[in-house]
Design a binder for this molecule. Sequence first.
Ligand code: ZN
Ligand code: ZN
Length: 328
Amino acid sequence: MPEPVERRPLRIMETPRPVPAAGELLIRVNACGVCRTDLHVVEGELPQRLMPIIPGHQIVGVIEAAGAEAAGFPARQRVGVAWLHSTCGNCRFCLSGRENLCETAEFTGWTHNGGFAEYVTAPADFIYPIPDGFDDIQAAPLLCAGIIGYRALRLTDLNAWKGARLGIYGFGAAGHVSIQIARARGADVYVATRDRQKHQALAEELGAVWVGDTFAEPPVKLDAAIIFAPAGEIVPAALKALDKGGKLVLGGIHMSPIPEFAYDLVYGERVIRSVANNTREDGREFLAEAAAIPIKTSVRTFPLEAANDALIALKNDAIKGAGVLKIS
Ligand SMILES: [Zn+2]
Ligand SMILES: [Zn+2]
């Protein structure tokens, strides 16, 4: 049953090693990132899909075995598994390049057991080779925080990045990766977030031109903004900071209700849109760009046995950058 993480709902258990089905790979997990979506799964903000569930969808490991029809992957190859576990390939979304919106998609760590474990299975078509420049721990947060951040940047529809003014609201795992991409592309980044010691300090270290509290107004109008914090009350504040024609992208899978606001805030052809999941193309393009920059993730590691503590720390905004479970 979903429960608040303070009650430590995750338990260490011995379970049979999963067997890869046709088209799947068995992966030995080395590291798994901790994401706010794991918190939503464990605490029940997302509907229950599989119980008991092993959460975790930012998995870095090595291929241990292959099921039928998945041969051809070198054993021991280092790979990543992300949130999008599989898609149908046949629905109107899959057939129009929008597999992130697939009607019957499966999700790692929600509808299929994830990476807070020693072993996981995943379809061979949905894994990502990990670029050599990243070690396992560094790479883990790239697989959701990074990919979703990348898609959020894409959905801002900014074309001329040089000198563009981008706002980031909430500065955890996704924010700290996104700012590095945006800055490498030449944007000026304005970060509004709570926590002077951790999140605001990290934003400054990573080159934000302005850092303020969540509801502080940036000194210039923004061309686009992304909200990574799951708090709907930020939406009107971010709209207020947005220039005419600007896009406001909501990066979370869950957000508290958005309060009513005056039409003025969205008038001027401002656009609000959400990000839902990612396509495999997002993942591949992001990992290539992340390796070229190269992105440096700031991580705090926890042993697998401390998965509850990692989720509690995430819930309390106590992690600077991203939390990662070190598994082997
Ligand atoms: Zn589909
Ligand atoms: Zn995630």
